[in-house]
Design a protein around this ligand. Sequence first.
Ligand code: PAF
Length: 309
Amino acid sequence: MDIAVLGAGAMGSVYGAFLASQPENNVTLIDIWREHIEAINAKGLTINTPEGDMVVKNLTAVTSALDLKPQDLVIIFVKATVTEEAMRQAANLVGPSTIALTLQNGLGNIEKLCRVVDPKRVVGGINSYGSSMKGPGEVILRGRGETVFGEIDGSQSERLSNLKKVFDKAGLPSSVTTNVQGRIWTKLISNIAINAPCAILGIKNGRLLEHPESVTLLEGAVTEAVAVGKAMGIIFETDDPIQYAKKVIDNTGENVCSMLQDIRAKRQTEIAVINGAIVEGGFKHGIPTPINMVLTNLVKVIQENYPAK
Ligand code: PAF
């Protein structure tokens, strides 16, 4: 299977490496971070897993999708802030039988992809792994989670049953849902609980559960998000969103969440499509979201105060 991963940061690299571990998969990583791409081409991609290092050499890494042919599968892993632009620049990867799969954080990625490629090609999904970059060509996998995807019209399809087999065989246990928006919102709950609080406090995910103050904060933020989601007709895939969020925190306790990684690297964060999206939804549906508004505003101020490069 020809697979391209668009956005080979920590998560894209982990998925690319696992998929490339199967000889029948021909994997190409695409990322604008030149040092990372050059390091992969020079010495392979190293994933530090809790079980030891995994070094993958049989994949290709490039800084632009321009010269590539249409793929069987394109996994979109760029930051949610640049989904539309990145897909536009790589639209040549999507042919009449390609699956364009988003496993990104945040709300709105499906909609952005559908603006650029044929919506029939687009599949939504989530992952809840915890990983971070160690340096060019090297990624640390700190916590495993789930990979779930589903057709955007809620149907069951053969292409996704087949895709599940490809992921499972590569060591990425997956499942198929008929409620993809519900699944994306359920994953969002963990990002609501973890990302902005950890980014503002400068702590690893697991530390959040060690202080009653941060527990109260994350519970409040999650409660608001669930109220907004329910008002929008979302059917969550958990009966206890707070417990769900705490379980993700446990599973990724040693991880530095993606938003804290972004802040440390002085990059734009995904705040607008995580807590910001809750504030926006709250306005539309008359639901107060003071905690998410404070979290959103604080992260925005941090971003606006990055020293000039
Ligand atoms: O954004 C992240 O960092 C991840 O989605 C998660 C699951 C919160 C783990 O850190």
